[in-house]
Design a protein around this ligand. Structure first.
Ligand SMILES: CC(C)(COP(=O)(O)OP(=O)(O)OC[C@H]1O[C@@H](n2cnc3c(N)ncnc32)[C@H](O)[C@@H]1OP(=O)(O)O)[C@@H](O)C(=O)NCCC(=O)NCCS
Length: 174
């Protein structure tokens, strides 16, 4: 039940917790796509406690944690200034950089709630909002489309030395 889950902004002391949920949800969702060395290189670079300490220490960036009824962390989101290769990127652009739930929390509407929360913050802090999604993740693409995102570009996202086909989507503000 969605009501069994709470969503709250992460704070300075949450870098290790974000690292754990970031590593585990990425590995569970996409780990099978990569060679072990590529996956490890990526997790070390993007999901280390140090990487999340930088996220939490940057006041242009925000992170949220999802907790279940037992207070266990089962998901997270990160929003930040846009770092994607968007052609003709609009000025003052933000990015939904992460949106992940652990398996047991998926499919019950929590992702939609987490997305709304992050979008509220992004639209009040930036004039344009982008995200990147794996080209073969139609479930997440449908979720983003329902919340107003439109595909604008194809590119490759590097996981170690592995190039993943990805879509860039932009939030339509009309
Ligand atoms: C994507 C995700 C955050 C959505 O949260 P959720 O709570 O499962 O989704 P909700 O219940 O709010 O909404 C359901 C919609 O989410 C999407 N969805 C559901 N399960 C999903 C899954 N395992 N993977 C991807 N998308 C999923 C679908 O669009 C679904 O609607 P549908 O009926 O059209 O298929 C969550 O499923 C997840 O963490 N998936 C794995 C990680 C991932 O793919 N993250 C996105 C990276 S860009």
């Amino acid at each position: 039940m969605p009501d069994d889950f709470s969503i709250a902004r992460a704070s300075e002391g949450d870098a290790a917790a974000l690292s754990r949920i970031g590593r585990s949800t990425f590995t569970d969702t996409f780990g099978h796509l990569y060679r072990r060395e590529d996956l490890e290189m990526f997790l070390e670079d993007k999901h280390s406690p140090q990487a999340y300490a930088r996220v939490l220490g940057d006041d242009r960036t925000a992170a949220w944690l999802v907790r279940d009824a037992d207070e266990a962390i089962v998901g997270y989101a990160v929003a930040a200034p846009c770092d994607l290769p968007v052609p003709n990127m609009k000025p003052n652009a933000g990015e939904l950089a992460r949106l992940y739930l652990s398996k047991e929390a998926q499919g019950g509407g929590v992702g939609g709630r987490l997305l709304r929360e992050a979008l509220q913050w992004l639209t009040s802090n930036f004039d344009a909002v982008y995200l990147s999604v794996y080209a073969e993740n139609p479930g997440a693409q449908r979720l983003y489309a329902r919340h107003g995102f439109i595909k604008i570009h194809d590119y490759h996202y590097m996981v170690g030395n592995h190039a993943d086909p990805e879509w860039i989507m932009e939030l339509s503000r009309e």
